[in-house]
Design a protein around this ligand. Structure first.
Ligand code: 13P
Length: 321
């Protein structure tokens, strides 16, 4: 028999309206992103259900596709290649790098960012070819003050530098930066209007102990605890054992970690962040291995050290061509 209690009827109707709105929002996300990748049989099955079930079925299928096989075609994530110059270069060498960047040609479908030593930031910002963005390699979690040797997000903004690399393993290992400090820096830089390349990665010891996922999930979670909006974040997965060693992760090893990261982000942050956030691979990337790595569905670009100082960087930028 139908419920006649007015309070219950109103409460139930309100619940249905809110629930339908929720699924309608999901529906528009799915229509845009997932519909093209589902099978005709499933599309048929979805049509025979109501909006809620329709959306739920599709969303599940979409997540399954994305996190088992990798998001087909990268789901519109723009390939992004960063060059981390680290503490290298003189003005003459900086000019040589700028020359090969100007000569290119650089694939217009790839976002290119060079991570420059602080003293050359302004010079590179003024002399880099159009389309090449500039990143600092560090910045502190305060606007200004008594922090000798540090640079602030405000200073970077002041000279129109739009990006900063944070949490690099060399900052973690040599300068003792903790997960929490890095997360605070990421949050502060984002709040100041910078875009961030946030680096994570396990050491050889951690990999050999089977702790790769535990470590990278912990590093991501520390950041997730401090930020809400991931729009301006690129994650760089850089296994420490592959950095500067010539020992690149195989495309399969890198893809495995990238996929696991996306799955973790889907579960702990949100499916839409998992789908949209770009994850770079870093660690002995060269002109010779970039194509195979770049062909993996969850590898959305590279963070390049040594090879970013050489003309082969152009080849790496063009890995997806
Ligand atoms: O640390 C890196 C980029 O941030 C990787 O360095 P290499 O490419 O020299 O291994």
């Amino acid at each position: 028999m139908a419920d006649t209690c007015p309070a219950r009827v109103i409460a139930y109707s309100s619940f249905k309206i809110v629930s339908n709105m929720f699924w309608l929002t999901r529906f528009s996300f799915i229509a845009k992103n997932a519909w093209p990748v589902v099978s005709p049989q499933l599309q048929q099955r979805c049509f025979s259900n109501g909006v809620g079930n329709f959306s739920k079925t599709l969303l599940l299928q979409f997540q399954q596709r994305c996190f088992s096989d990798g998001c087909p075609g990268g789901m519109g994530r723009k390939f992004v290649v960063g060059g981390n110059w680290k503490m290298n270069g003189t003005k003459k060498q900086v000019d040589e790098i700028l020359d090969f960047l100007k000569k290119g040609p650089l694939n217009a479908d790839t976002e290119v960012i060079v991570g420059v030593p602080a003293v050359y930031l302004d010079y590179v910002k003024c002399n880099a070819p159009p389309g090449v963005e500039v990143a600092a390699q560090n910045c502190y979690k305060a606007e200004k003050g008594a922090f000798t040797g540090e640079i602030s997000a405000l200073m970077l903004k002041d000279i129109n530098v739009g990006w900063v690399i944070l949490g690099h393993s060399e900052r973690r290992q040599i300068f003792g930066e903790t997960d929490d400090l890095i997360a605070e820096k990421v949050a502060f830089a984002l709040d100041s209007g910078l875009k961030v390349i946030a680096c994570i990665g396990e050491t050889l010891q951690e990999r050999e102990a089977g702790k790769t996922e535990e470590v990278v999930f912990r590093q991501i979670q520390a950041i997730a605890n401090k930020i809400k909006d991931w729009t301006n974040v690129v994650i760089a997965y850089e296994p420490v054992w592959a950095i500067g060693t010539g020992k690149t992760a195989t495309p399969e090893q890198a893809q495995e970690v990238h996929k696991a990261l996306r799955g973790y982000i889907c579960e702990k942050i949100s499916p839409s962040v998992a789908e949209s956030v770009r994850i770079q691979y870093g660690g002995s990337v060269t002109g010779a291995n970039c194509k195979d790595l770049g062909a993996k569905p969850d590898i959305d670009g590279f963070l390049v050290g040594g090879a970013s100082l050489k003309p082969e960087f152009v080849q790496i930028v063009n890995a997806r061509q």
